[in-house]
Design a protein around this ligand. Structure first.
Ligand SMILES: [Zn+2]
Ligand SMILES: [Zn+2]
Length: 172
């Protein structure tokens, strides 16, 4: 959408953060042109973890991106996640805190500046949860969190909703 194929090929050798920074700056330039102003550029990093593809830290003017998701599909990431987060910064620099994060102002920037149908969610896989504990009943496997596992080990009994048999810890 925002990348031409020649740019993608050139960027293959570049380090991922500078590819992100280039795309962020391109999104800012498009907004500058659209609004006839110059927005303050954000700092960028790969500190985002967990389920979010990226977050915009408005007061710090900082964008955090999820490297795990960037690696899954960098072209998709650059053409959806980056404009999504930059749009939050643009809206904040115009309206401050007075509007909703994914409200009509943000949607308008997404659609009119970037030509993207606004969506608040992404389609990337979420990193696997660490410290999952596998339990088994008579019919299937169950994943327990650490807290639940601790409770089970201290004597709380868990029963499968489907087969009604009690769950047993599978020693790894
Ligand atoms: Zn958002
Ligand atoms: Zn069962």
């Amino acid at each position: 959408m925002l990348l031409t194929s020649s740019e993608t090929a050139l960027n293959d050798e570049a380090d991922p953060l500078s590819i992100i920074v280039d795309q962020v700056n391109q999104c800012f330039s498009q907004a500058d042109t659209f609004f006839g102003t110059r927005f303050k550029r954000s700092s960028c990093n790969f500190k985002q973890r967990g389920r979010a593809a990226g977050t915009a830290h408005l007061q710090k003017n900082e964008l955090r991106f999820n490297y795990f998701m960037y690696l899954q599909d960098s072209v998709e990431f650059l053409s959806t996640v980056v404009p999504h987060e930059v749009a939050h910064i643009i809206v904040f620099q115009i309206y401050g805190n007075s509007v909703k994060p994914h409200g009509k102002e943000w949607q308008a920037v997404m659609f009119r500046v970037y030509g993207i149908r606004p969506s608040r969610t992404h389609t990337f896989d979420v990193p696997p949860q660490k410290h999952n504990y596998e339990y088994r009943c008579a019919c299937q496997k169950h994943q327990f969190t650490k807290q639940r596992h601790t409770r089970a080990q201290r004597g709380t009994e868990y029963v499968c909703k489907k087969c009604r048999s009690s769950l047993q810890f599978m020693t790894p």
